[in-house]
Write a protein that binds this ligand. Structure first.
Ligand SMILES: Cc1ncc(COP(=O)(O)O)c(C=O)c1O
Length: 362
């Protein structure tokens, strides 16, 4: 079976983890943590990085550090991974779902504008499947209404919006380093920001709100959201390969586009003129009636795949009775992620394409 994802790990990760282990710095302090925070912040063009134990809590950390709570509303695309929405809920604020744009599968700024109300405090832009959201109109709406603009860049390490890497484009951005992400630390996440005071607030809340000057004195309800030095050791090794991983992802995307671009019934993953997509998971759209059948056909031909996320407003705890999200529902019902890992070979890509072609030729 060709898996959907497999991280690119070699002797470097092993050597760095052993080094961390032998140094006895295995918890949440150590040289690798400093190197990973600095290195990843540099990579995305941010001034500060605050490493966390996953990409869900890094989002929560941002929203908590912004002081969001009950009575506040945060605009979020309904077409996203559930963690984007859960992070809002953890603060006591309410998610306000907005539909996506069919051309690039992310927040539709016109729908965002309509959703702003007296309680709106923030817009959470998600860069789904590696394609950036259209940030400029969102920045404009945020500025006009005094809202915080936050990025969920869990799936978009190195993606660019108008030549700027995503992450630090708003007040802060969040990344995930789960095993299937562009780079991994096993489990892991990071807040990136250009704002020194905000980075400090995140560090403070990440470490149980402890006073920097008085032992065991906690002056805020904080969290233990720290990353370990062991995980950061994997991250430092991964970061040294990120350019090669991104280049390979582009080659994979180009190969899929060549192999599937002329197959009737298949819509390829987009890349807008203002965007650099990192094609985290190469994705296609097909007729919703055929989507699940195609996935079974792929499995029968030795190819693993994933369906797109269910829009959050369709999940039991977030059900919206009176909303209209036709694009999100269409995307959720018609999308498939294809195998997209760095050491996927040319012949494996051909196998995947042949299986898709075979399905539509039957
Ligand atoms: C869009 C999005 N947001 C947030 C997350 C949460 O990241 P993590 O799984 O590291 O908690 C993920 C990853 O799975 C994601 O894809």
């Amino acid at each position: 079976m060709i898996p959907v994802y497999r991280p690119a790990l070699d002797e470097k990760e092993t050597a760095y983890v052993l080094e961390a282990m032998n140094s006895s710095w295995i918890s949440s302090r150590g040289e690798f943590l400093d190197r990973f925070e600095r290195g990843f912040a540099d990579f995305v063009g941010a001034r500060y990085g605050v490493a966390t134990c996953n990409g869900t809590v890094s989002l929560h950390l941002i929203l908590a550090a912004l002081g969001l709570g009950p009575g506040d509303e945060v605009i979020v695309p309904t077409f996203t991974y559930v963690a984007s929405v859960n992070a809002i809920t953890y603060t006591g604020a309410s998610p306000v779902f907005v539909d996506s744009h069919l051309d690039y599968w992310n927040l539709d700024p016109d729908r965002v504008r309509e959703a702003v109300g007296p309680r709106t405090r923030a817009i959470l832009a998600v860069h789904l499947y590696g394609h950036p959201a259209d940030m400029e109109p969102l920045e404009k709406i945020a500025a006009e209404h005094g809202l915080h603009l936050v990025e969920d860049a869990a799936e978009a390490h190195g993606a660019e919006y108008m030549g700027r890497r995503v992450g630090p484009l708003g007040v802060a951005g969040s990344f995930s380093f789960f095993g299937n992400k562009v780079i991994t630390t096993g489990e892991g996440g990071m807040v990136v920001t250009d704002n020194e005071a905000f980075a400090e607030r995140c560090r403070h809340l990440r470490g149980q709100g402890v006073s920097p000057t008085r032992t065991y004195w906690h002056d805020a309800v904080g969290f233990n959201y720290r990353m370990t030095n062991l995980a950061a050791a994997v991250g430092v090794a991964q970061l040294s390969k990120i350019d090669a991983i991104l280049a390979r992802k582009r080659e994979i995307a180009d190969a899929y586009a060549r192999g599937l671009g002329t197959v009737p019934g298949v819509t390829l993953q987009p890349e807008m003129s203002w965007a650099r997509n990192v094609f985290w998971m190469y994705s296609i759209l097909v007729d919703p009636i055929e989507r699940d059948e195609l996935m079974v056909h792929l499995r029968d031909h030795g190819v693993d795949s994933r369906p797109f996320f269910h829009p959050a407003h369709t999940l039991p705890m977030y059900r919206v009775a009176d909303g209209s999200y036709p694009v999100a529902e269409r995307l959720g019902a018609s999308g498939i992620n294809l195998p997209s890992f760095p050491d996927l070979t040319a012949s494996e890509i051909e196998e995947v394409c042949a299986a898709v072609q075979g399905f539509f030729a039957r």
